[in-house]
Design a binder for this molecule. Structure first.
Ligand SMILES: O=C(CO)[C@H](O)[C@H](O)COP(=O)(O)O
Length: 227
């Protein structure tokens, strides 16, 4: 397990007209600094929403030195994922439900210098994808149906998190466990207790008066829940 909980604000809940400033709002000093910036790429096909793509990620790469955690909610990630690695993403996550050759994607991402992430929707069993997961660096467990920010946390996914944590800790997998959807001051403790390493939070960070303070408060809650 990561020595301290990682917090990844999702810019899905940020003001898209001021993205550079919004990222700077979580790039402050000390505990107010986010660990990663989570970037939701949606294509209006894999999910019923449309957000941003490569040009925005290329611009974000120049606007911040925080690691970019790109979550591709798109059809045909086999074709597009590599571009995000080449654009300087730290971690590029594809959906197990969309990838045709996920092992090849992971190898290509790593060869391009990025971490490879695998995401799984709430209703998809993890057990069907264990052979694939061992080729990846991160597992992004969706705790809402992907597509929109501001939804309610689905507590049933915590069993999947516990399973992933157990597999990682018994040495069968070397992946960082990440969770995305409905993470806020009320839900982060359950996720931390279940064994999450990295917490994506959109509305809980960008809906707060001070996004940096929200990052610090979420990390603090997650850290306390682990003890
Ligand atoms: O991937 C996502 C939605 O598909 C978002 O990252 C996620 O929903 C974050 O928003 P919030 O923390 O408000 O739930």
């Amino acid at each position: 397990m990561e020595s301290r909980p990682l917090i990844a604000p999702s810019i899905l809940s940020a003001d898209f007209a001021r993205l550079g400033e919004e990222v700077q709002a979580v790039a402050g000093p000390g505990e107010t600094r986010a660990d990663w910036v989570h970037v939701d790429v949606m294509d209006a096909h894999f999910v019923p929403n449309l957000t941003l793509g490569l040009p925005v990620v290329q611009s974000l790469r120049k606007a911040t030195d925080l690691p970019l955690d790109c979550h591709l909610m798109i059809e045909d990630p086999d074709r597009w994922a590599i571009g995000y690695a080449e654009a300087g993403a730290y971690n590029v996550t594809v959906h197990v439900e969309a990838a045709k050759d996920p092992v090849r994607i992971a190898k290509d991402l790593r060869a391009a210098g990025a971490k490879a992430g695998l995401s799984i929707k709430p209703g998809t069993p993890l057990e069907d994808h264990l052979d694939t997961l061992k080729h990846y660096d991160t597992l992004l467990v969706m705790s809402v149906e992907p597509g929109f920010g501001g939804q309610s946390f689905i507590p049933e996914v915590l069993d999947k998190v516990r399973t992933a944590r157990r597999l990682v800790d018994t040495g069968h997998l070397k992946v960082l466990v990440e969770i995305d959807g409905g993470i806020n001051a009320d839900t982060i403790e359950q996720a931390a207790e279940a064994g999450v390493d990295c917490f994506v939070a959109g509305s809980a960070v960008y809906g707060a008066e001070d996004p940096g303070k929200a990052v610090a408060a979420l990390r603090d809650r997650a850290a306390h829940a682990r003890h």
